[in-house]
Design a protein around this ligand. Sequence first.
Ligand code: ADP
Ligand code: LRH
Length: 478
Amino acid sequence: GAVTSYAAVDLGASSGRVMVGRVGRHELELTEAHRFPNRPVRVPEGLRWDVLGLYAGVLDGLRAAGRVDSVGIDSWAVDYGLLDADGALLANPVHYRDGRTEGVAEAVWASVPAAELYAATGLQYAPFNTLYQLVAARSAGQLAHAERLLLIPDLLSYWLTGEQGTELTNASTTQLVDPRTRDWSHDVAARLGVDLSLFAPLRRPGDPAGTLCPEVLRETGLDGPVPVTAVASHDTASAVAAVPASGERFAYICTGTWSLAGLELDAPVLTEESRAANFTNELGLDGTVRYLRNIMGLWLLQECVRAWREPDLGELLRAAAEVPALRSVVDAGDPLFLAPGRMPERIAEACRASGQPVPQSPAEVTRCILDSLALAHRRAVEDAQRLAGHAVDVVHVVGGGVRNALLCQLTADACGLPVVAGPAEAAAFGNVLVQARAHGLVGDRADMRRLLAGTQPLTRYAPRGDTGPWRAAQARLA
Ligand code: ADP
Ligand code: LRH
């Protein structure tokens, strides 16, 4: 049968990659054309993304990918670039871990109380939600010359094609979208004085998003026309679309820099209880709701590895597996761990503050992090089921954490449920499959998932022992 190929540009907070997916009726294969580090840069004014470096990586990747039938772009959420009246980028995009939003949420809640904001947008509180970033930017006078705001994947898509749009799944992370209508929340924007005309018109996964412009074809050595297709441009939305589950009784954990743990639902959960538990209702493919909690994720380990100048992750994980389980745990959902720097010290301080032994060696700190992540996964999977009234009997783990067998096993143990791990490059798979679907090669969401389950190697982890020790560990954090 016919096989077509698609380039998936997938930018995570720790690395960017351009993958090539080949798709047939019973065939699905993903290869890496190019991978490059994503290193944020601290300048005197704060923490910034090196967006030009990322764009250069995208061009290198497209050149390496060669002839493809379409290109799709996804990235981390919430961040954006501002353009002036001529369409030129005004400044380096601010990193969501920058400290500029400190205290901003409290000022916003004075106009729209947190409970009303949740009822209208369904978004969990995070200091970096685009809404708070915009309010901070306005106070700093940074919107004075801004005519347009493009979220990161939409900005790169604009540079590739000359066309502007705002992709809906990623727009749902701005805190300016109503998850029931799947359109802007005009009321929230008006009450907070946010000018929605800053945003380009909404587009949805599968919509055409232009063609590579002549300069890009020259730069990459490709022959045109090459269409760009809107995908679920929030990386987590693409990853959830590529969870190889059958049926509906599953939870997912997208593990990378973050752990995003939750459920796929038909409708948002906007209760006060859900807000208090800090669950978010982001939009997914085909109008689904990604009901999930943000957990600090492997960021905790990335930052320790950076501090230790310890290049061999494999060795560190082998040593961590030998450390006794659950000696000390920290709250892996605590915004205390959001900013970069001093991670081993901050973890030690948290253990001391909760009266637990302070992990000493890198192996002990690593074990503490993995136990803490598994415990946070357990809580999120349990809370989500209760709050949404939606029971599950399997947990799917996708993303870079799939390559961490210890984390997958501990997650199974903590949840007391089987874990099915894979694929590691779920966001790129979701990106490719939405393009393939837009071009008529695969059917609905269930078809996409069947194709993944039938073609990709998955690893099963059975839970060991009972969950008593995990419940006891949780009690230490209460
Ligand atoms: P993001 O998309 O947020 O940049 P990824 O999904 O690429 O993140 O996941 C990156 C994480 O995956 C790393 O921080 C690391 O902890 C984990 N990882 C990657 N490769 C391996 C490996 N070979 N063994 C164990 N863990 C790995
Ligand atoms: C993961 C992610 C996550 C967001 C965060 C900012 O890459 O997109 O879903 O909350 O980055």
